[in-house]
Ligand binder design. Structure first.
Ligand SMILES: [Zn+2]
Length: 151
């Protein structure tokens, strides 16, 4: 893929550490392949974030996750399927693009949509409700989604 740079790589390392779903060796394997770099480069990124603590956006603490799942009724906000297994809470605008871990930027999604979406921005089904307290964010998501659509 184009546009692989150190900034993007480190943002991915940070995101995966915050999500806490992969082990460090899985992160090293996955990202060294994706970014075509050595595992020791990824290791250095991991140490960087571990020693600083992940203080900027603590992604998906348990209460936030629960809040999002219940607000979205365990319904994937992209395809509308309802599932309480394998669903995940994800960022509308990716964390590495300064997508914050706030209710207006988090949605419940099924694995399939999450995999297909990758780093694109899609408009969630309950977009109006999700962004009702933050019209500026709504605008930002719309502009970003249009950009993806034009690709
Ligand atoms: Zn889905």
């Amino acid at each position: 893929m184009a546009h692989k740079n150190i900034f993007e790589r480190q943002a991915m390392v940070k995101l995966l550490l915050e999500e806490g779903e992969l082990t460090e060796s899985e992160i090293k394997k996955q990202l060294s392949e994706e970014f075509n770099c050595s595992k020791s480069a990824i290791h250095a990124d991991i140490i960087y974030f571990r020693t600083r603590g992940l203080t900027e956006t603590i992604f998906q603490n348990k209460s936030m996750r629960k809040f999002i799942c219940e607000r979205d009724c365990y319904t994937c906000q992209y395809c509308g399927i309802t599932t309480n297994i394998n669903g995940i809470v994800e960022h509308i605008i990716p964390a590495y693009e300064r997508g914050v871990a706030k209710p207006y930027n988090l949605v419940y999604a099924c694995q399939k949509c999450n995999t297909l979406k990758r780093r694109q921005v899609w408009i969630p089904i309950n977009f109006e409700i999700i962004t009702k307290d933050n019209p500026e964010w709504k605008e930002k998501v719309l502009l970003r989604a249009v950009k993806d659509f034009r690709k």
